[in-house]
Design a protein. Structure first.
Length: 661
């Protein structure tokens, strides 16, 4: 199966889509055959399907043998269509490829190409310091997984995922405010004892709750949060995914919001997790991408605290299709049903942006126990006001749908970054216990390879359940580190299994990632908790990226970066031809021989939205030679000879950068 998958990916890169589709079809048939063959107890339907699958693969003798097995099971007569050239010939097995067109390479070509140098790793030993300052700055936010009296040791399945946080500058004062989803009620009801909370970041360096004044205390059962300017008026709006009707809060520009439902919620069993906004069709207006999890009324009774039972496996319930909502020129929001035609996954993590190397936005969804999705439009359609029904899932072809050995994993959170500095966007994905994190590195052809084991992440992530994760250059040395929040799903798993767990910080070095323990003595890093969502921001505007961690059992933690860090540059983008948030912009910065690339995205991981800026850590560089912006519209901007350690604003079609105070 993996051989045909590799062939399909190679043929796709070479532009032979017909042969690529044939190879992918054979890989899918082989996967079905392998699944049935490995089952200890096969259903009647599987026994009936096996000879047909083998016949389609041209394996006639095996098909006849399985036909005998099926007949011994006292099934109704099973027939296999007669062998024909389409399925039985060597031409079909070779996917229509003529061997003469593919001569073997010369022996001298069979060598491993040396990796292009991305610059030396800095030799630094400074401690990485991220300190919880939430109590000092008035950020007091406690998640509540259900009605008053809910015991975190005895949670139902819908209460185990926590909720998200959106970083938003809702009053446009240049400071990052925080909007937390809350879940203190019942599914599909608006009976929460405490609604969502908005914390305003004050100029004196503290936070103030302004939820009631702003009108954003949604009392639904909150899940994910995102931020986007849906009506393109310059003020960021808030979007909330719920169990039930999702919620949109339109920013009025005066410190208040106008609430409305975010599209129809026809099903009483609606369960949205993560959300993102961005222009998917190239018309200059944003879409809303809605990741959904389960659509099955039985799930609300599933208890995750019964020893020896696993009722909270999502495979026990019906998966729910993801959905796209389109913003129309008149401001109306219309639900599209294109994704309902595709086999749904149990969606959790999300990233929307220019994920490949072609202009226009794509969507990556991390799915729980099912294959991940990578949604894209054909290259010629991405920026031409195309229709969403042209979107296709290419995760299998790109190599980011499954684990290294071809099995789907229980994917939760996703972080993105350029982890190998090849100017390609990569993914880090957290998984269930005994499933190591994935580190999908993208090569120059747009294909991914899981390098978690090679870069030192596998052993330390294998025993934990990871949820929220972010890539963050803590020391501003030009290389992305990784932070992960952990915590189990089940409260009672027996001896040696931790319900509460400590977070993990992986430092990037020349040999890969190493788990940091020495120097992380602050109580946050040593205190086990039921960790869930994680977002990044620079809350105090000092050029060092901070984190906000949101747990089920302990208050939210604002992790202030107090590391003795290098130089930096932060860029905020405003689109004019592109949609205003400029999601999908790609920015490249050059300092001498060093180059860094960064991507403006939405979704941003597990249930969260990060601060909508691009941060560059540039180490010891004293000046910036060049800053290049590829806007979602296709326009480009170039700025030269910039100062370090500044926050700047780039407006599409403007010839100069603006310095932010």
């Amino acid at each position: 199966m993996n051989s045909y998958l590799g062939l399909a990916r190679s043929l796709s890169v070479l532009g032979n889509q017909t042969a690529s589709a044939d190879a992918l079809r054979r890989a899918e048939l082989l996967e079905q055959v392998d699944y049935i063959a490995s089952e200890m107890q096969r259903s009647d339907q599987q026994l009936q399907a096996m000879p047909v699958l083998l016949q389609q693969l041209g394996r006639t003798d095996e098909a006849k043998a399985w036909l005998k097995v099926a007949s011994r099971s006292q099934l109704a007569e099973v027939t296999v269509p007669p062998l024909n050239d389409a399925t039985g010939s060597a031409n079909w097995r070779r996917c229509g490829l003529a061997l003469d067109d593919w001569p073997l390479p010369e022996q001298g070509m069979l060598r491993t190409l040396a990796a292009q140098s991305a610059g030396d790793f800095p030799i630094t030993n400074e401690p990485l310091i991220l300190t919880d300052v939430s109590a000092d700055v008035g950020l007091n936010m406690q998640y509540l997984p259900g009605p008053e009296g809910t015991d975190v040791e005895r949670l139902f399945m819908h209460q185990t995922g926590g909720a998200g946080v959106g970083v938003v500058d809702y009053d446009l004062d240049g400071r990052s405010d925080l909007y937390f989803a809350q879940s203190s009620g019942s599914p599909h009801a608006t009976d929460a004892s405490e609604g969502n909370q908005l914390f305003r970041n004050l100029v004196e360096g503290s936070f103030q709750v302004v939820s009631d004044q702003a009108g954003v205390t949604d009392a639904g059962y909150g899940q994910g949060v995102t931020v986007g300017d849906l009506n393109q008026d310059g003020f960021p709006d808030l979007l909330v995914g719920n169990l039930g009707a999702n919620r949109l809060y339109l920013n009025n520009g005066d410190g208040t919001f106008t609430p409305s439902k975010l599209g129809p919620a026809e099903s009483p069993d609606y369960w949205t997790t993560s959300l993102a906004t961005g222009d998917l069709t190239g018309d200059g207006l944003p879409e809303v991408f809605e990741v959904n999890y389960i659509e099955d009324a039985r799930v609300w009774a599933a208890k995750c605290f019964l020893p020896g039972e696993f009722p909270c496996n999502p495979q026990n319930y019906r998966a729910m299709s993801d959905r796209v909502l389109s913003v129309q020129p008149n401001g109306a929001i219309v639900a599209e049903d294109r994704l309902a035609e595709v086999e749904p996954g149990y969606g959790f993590g999300l990233v929307l942006g220019q994920l490949d190397q072609e202009l226009g936005n794509d969507v990556f969804v991390a799915n729980d126990t099912t294959r991940n999705h990578f949604w894209t439009l054909p290259a010629e359609s991405k920026t031409n006001a195309s229709e969403l029904d042209e979107m296709v899932d290419v995760a299998v072809l790109r190599g980011c749908a499954m684990a290294t050995f071809g099995a789907a994993e229980s994917c939760m959170g996703v972080a993105w970054g350029d982890f190998d500095r090849n100017q390609r966007l990569d993914f880090h994905i957290t998984n269930y216990t005994e499933e190591p994190s994935n580190l999908y590195l993208q090569n120059g052809s747009g294909l991914y390879a899981d390098q978690a084991a090679q870069l030192g992440l596998a052993s330390d992530t294998h025993p934990v359940i990871g949820w929220g994760t972010q890539a963050i250059d803590i020391a501003n040395n030009g290389w992305s580190d990784l932070v992960v929040l952990n915590g189990h799903l089940y409260s009672e798993m027996g001896e040696g299994i931790k319900y509460r767990d400590v977070p993990q910080l992986f430092r990037r070095g020349a040999d890969g990632f190493s788990l940091q323990q020495a120097g992380l003595q602050q109580s946050f890093w040593n205190r086990p908790a039921i960790g869930r969502s994680l977002a990044k921001l620079d809350w105090n505007r000092d050029g060092r990226v901070d984190l906000i961690a949101y747990h089920i059992d302990t208050p939210a933690a604002l992790l202030e970066n107090q590391t003795d860090a290098g130089h930096w540059l932060t860029v905020k983008l405003v689109g004019t031809v592109s949609e205003r948030d400029a999601i999908g912009a790609v920015v490249t910065l050059t300092c001498g021989e060093q180059r860094w690339t960064n991507w403006l995205t939405s979704g941003d991981g597990y249930l969260v939205k990060n601060e909508a800026v691009l941060h560059f850590g540039i180490g010891t560089s004293q000046n910036i030679d060049r800053l290049e912006i590829q806007w979602p519209s296709g326009l480009q901007s170039v700025y030269q000879d910039l100062k370090v350690d500044e926050r700047c604003l780039a407006v599409e079609q403007q010839v100069s950068l603006f310095s932010e105070p």
